[in-house]
Write a protein that binds this ligand. Structure first.
Ligand code: GLY
Length: 409
């Protein structure tokens, strides 16, 4: 049985890559310091057609407005994450002060029962805040949020899943799950490790198992969303919310799946999740061809096929660097690490905005069908980009380098 006896502390980037990543983090910190002073009590979401941040209050929860679903402000935690990463990189205490102040605003959302995005909000803010400082106030708020996420578990005859969108009392909310939720599981894994309460991990793993059965098509592409029969657990339909069409391959959905199964492999010890993450990544790189940034949807046609999503590229780069670190087979780990580094390098060289612009990565696509944040920067894209840079420049510092104990399960 292959075991990762001792994990590399960092990904073996070339000295040129390391210099590039550190220089990019210098620029990130300068931008973050500049923009922080302009937001007041609001938080950045995406950049609009004028190239400036669109801002939202933290209190905007997810919900249905008639038949229309609104994701609300799931972006706020990522800004705290950028402040924390800037503190880590520069050592400047001002960033940490700002992060603590902003965390007090974001903390209001830890009681939000209406959305799986509570995982994104707190896994990008309170969790790294606790890891960097050891301050239990960060941990308390992350644990409160993890309780709300765990409470979204819907148990069926054929397994359990975390419902993604809306109150569980609403049949639409109860029966729907999204591929994005795979990335939110990190908050539950963190809570299990922090509190020594395995029920968080059991809930996360149940979701990962059911998602593997219901979301992944025969060619290893993924559905964006699935409607379940809440009694039997059977998939009633697979569909999309942000992709081109129901059977299309939304590139960011594939990215969330890769990211989620890499983290699930590390936290559950299931070697089969390494293999699944590889299958999903193989599909992604096959459709990518000789590009480093995917179209927003691999099946988009005409002019829509030219719309890129750098956020998907950043999420995949970060996931592949982690896959490389924990992979039990050295040659495969090396291959995925090199691929992740090349993607990250391309983002630094070709997609990093100029210093007079807002946001870090342009050409991100939040939602083409809703025409929101198309061709601009997105908060989540910027966060996962910086997370990937930190995996190389500051290994184990923004997030712990937890070692998996991979088994044959
Ligand atoms: N809701 C997650 C995403 O837009 O990717």
């Amino acid at each position: 049985m292959p075991q990762a006896a001792s994990l590399p502390e960092s990904i073996p980037a070339s000295s040129e890559q390391t210099r590039l990543f550190r220089a990019t983090l210098d620029r990130v910190a300068a931008r973050v310091a500049r923009d922080e002073l302009t937001f007041g009590v609001e938080f950045p979401q995406v950049t609009g057609p004028d190239g400036k941040w669109v801002r939202m209050p933290v209190s905007l929860s997810a919900g249905y407005d008639g038949e229309a679903w609104s994701h609300g402000n799931w972006f706020c935690g990522f800004w705290v994450g950028l402040l924390l990463a800037s503190h880590l990189h520069t050592g400047d205490a001002q960033f940490l002060d700002w992060a603590r102040t902003r965390m007090q605003l974001v903390a209001l959302r830890a009681r939000d029962p209406n959305t799986h995005d509570i995982g994104f909000i707190f896994d990008s803010s309170a969790v790294p805040g606790f890891h960097l400082t050891g301050d239990r106030e960060f941990a308390q708020v992350a644990l409160e949020a993890a309780d709300k996420l765990r409470a979204r578990l819907v148990t069926t005859r054929d397994g359990a899943y975390i419902a993604s969108w809306g109150p569980l009392s609403d049949p639409r909310g109860r029966s729907a799950s999204a591929i994005d939720t795979m990335a939110n599981l990190s908050l539950l894994y963190w809570a299990a490790n922090f509190s020594d309460d395995g029920s968080y991990r059991i809930a996360a793993d149940a979701h990962a198992e059911m998602t593997a059965r219901a979301f992944i098509r025969a060619d290893d592409s993924t559905y964006h969303a699935v409607e379940y029969d809440v009694q039997s657990g059977a998939r009633k339909r697979g569909y999309t919310f942000q992709g081109a069409f129901d059977e299309s391959a939304w590139s960011r959905g594939q990215a969330w799946a890769i990211y989620g199964y890499v983290n699930s492999a590390r936290e559950t010890g299931k070697l089969k999740y390494v293999h699944l993450a590889q299958r999903l990544a193989n599909y992604y790189v096959k459709r990518l061809g000789n590009r480093q940034v995917p179209p927003y949807d691999f099946d988009a046609t005409g002019r829509d096929a030219e719309i890129k999503d750098t956020a998907a590229a950043a999420i995949v780069a970060s996931a592949l660097l982690e896959l490389a670190r924990l992979h039990p087979e050295a040659a495969a780990g090396k291959k995925w690490g090199e691929r992740g580094l090349v993607m990250l390098e391309a983002l630094c060289r070709e997609e990093f905005t100029s210093d007079d612009q807002h946001g870090l990565l342009h050409n991100s696509c939040y939602s083409k069908p809703h025409n929101i944040g198309v061709d601009g920067a997105t908060m989540f894209g910027d966060f996962y980009f910086v997370e990937a840079l930190c995996r190389v420049a500051h290994p184990g510092r923004l997030r712990p380098n937890n070692a998996p104990n991979l088994s044959i399960l």
